[in-house]
Design a protein around this ligand. Structure first.
Ligand code: ATP
Length: 274
C-alpha cells in the first residue's frame, strides 16, 4: 500500500491554534515512518487526520492514489489497523475476545468469529508473547498488558498498514523490544506499511526508514531518519541539547540519542510549574 498525505492543514473548531500546517508525507509498502514531537504538538491529531477520523481543513489523505474519503469505511478498516494509546479499558472482554474483535472488519454483518478467527487471534497473541493473558479481563489489566493486547488485536486484521500511537510508552524494556522487533518483522517480511508515534528518537533510529518531526507552529521536518533525527533538529524541537552516538555492541552498531542539557528557559518553565 502507498499512503500519502498532501498539504494537510488542521485546527480544532473554536480554537485559534493551527495544529497541523502544510503536512505532506508518503509511506510505501514495507516502510516505517516515525512521528516525533513535543507533548501536545499534534502527533495524535496527525494520525487521526491521516486516517480520516478527523477531517483535514485543507489537503487530503490518499490510499494507493485514491482519496481516502472515496473508500468505504469497511474496506478502509480492512486495510488499516489503528492501535490508539492504551488508556484503561472499560471493557470486560477477555484478552482473547478483545484480540478476536480485530477481525470485525473482515466479517459480514452479524457473522460470528469462527475457527479461523480464533486460530488467528491465538497466533497473533503468540507473536507478541501474551498467550498467558488470554482469559484475563481487559478492565483488570495494567497499561502495558492492555497495550500488548491492542497490538495483537491490530495484527489479527492482517492489515496492509499499521498505525500505532506511542505503542512502547507503557512497556518495560523486554516488551519494548518485542514490539519494536515485531513491527520491523511485519514491515520487512509482510510488506506492511507502518506509521508510529513515539517519544523515543532511539526507537525511530532503530526501526524507521523515514521520520517526521512536528514543530510547535504545525509545520514539520520530513525525510529519511538520518536526515531528520539530528542533534540540531532535536535541540530545536525539544529544547534539549542531545548527542547522537554510535555504540558498537558485538559487531552491531546501535545509534543512541543522549539528552545532555536543557535550555535555561525549559528549566525555568519546570521550576515555575513546581
Ligand atoms: N478535541 C480537542 N479539541 C481541542 N483541542 C484539542 C483536542 N484534542 C487535542 N487538542 C489540542 O491539540 C493539540 C495537539 O494534541 P495532540 O493530542 O495531537 O498532541 P500530541 O503531540 O499527540 O501530544 P502527546 O505527546 O502529549 O500525546 C494540543 O494542544 C491539545 O490540547
Amino acid at each position: 500500500m502507498i499512503f500519502e498525505v498532501k498539504n494537510g492543514y488542521f485546527h480544532y473548531p473554536r480554537t485559534e491554534q493551527q495544529v497541523l500546517q502544510d503536512i505532506s508525507l508518503c509511506v510505501g509498502s514495507g516502510r516505517i515512518l516515525s512521528i516525533l514531537g513535543a507533548n501536545g504538538v499534534g502527533k495524535t491529531t496527525l494520525l487521526r487526520c491521516m486516517m480520516g477520523l478527523l477531517k483535514w481543513d485543507r489537503g487530503e489523505s490518499l490510499v494507493d492514489g485514491i482519496p481516502l474519503h472515496h473508500i468505504p469505511g469497511r474496506e478502509l478498516w480492512q486495510k488499516i489497523a489503528y492501535v490508539p494509546q492504551a488508556k484503561n479499558s472499560v471493557f470486560s472482554y477477555t484478552a482473547k475476545e478483545m484480540v478476536t474483535l480485530g477481525r470485525s472488519a473482515h466479517l459480514k454483518m452479524f457473522e460470528q468469529p469462527g475457527a479461523r478467527e480464533h486460530e488467528l487471534a491465538l497466533s497473533c497473541m503468540e507473536a507478541v508473547g501474551i498467550v498467558h493473558l488470554r482469559d484475563k479481563k481487559c478492565n483488570e489489566m495494567s497499561g502495558g498488558e492492555l497495550q500488548m493486547v491492542l497490538i495483537a488485536r491490530a495484527l489479527t486484521a492482517e492489515p496492509s498498514m499499521l498505525v500505532l500511537d506511542e505503542p512502547e510508552s507503557n512497556l518495560d524494556f523486554n516488551n519494548q523490544m518485542t514490539v519494536l522487533s515485531c513491527i520491523k518483522e511485519l514491515s520487512c517480511q509482510r510488506g506492511i506499511s507502518v506509521v508510529i508515534n513515539t517519544h523515543y528518537p532511539d526507537h525511530a533510529l532503530q526501526i524507521a526508514d523515514e521520520a517526521l518531526l512536528l514543530n510547535r507552529d504545525g509545520s514539520c521536518e520530513y525525510g529519511s531518519c538520518a536526515d531528520v533525527i539530528t542533534e540540531k533538529n532535536l535541540h530545536r524541537t525539544f529544547s534539549v541539547r542531545v548527542c547522537i552516538r554510535d555504540v558498537d555492541v558485538e559487531t552491531q552498531i546501535y545509534r543512541c540519542v543522549i539528552p545532555v542539557s536543557q535550555n535555561k528557559q525549559s528549566k525555568k518553565h519546570i521550576l515555575n510549574k513546581a
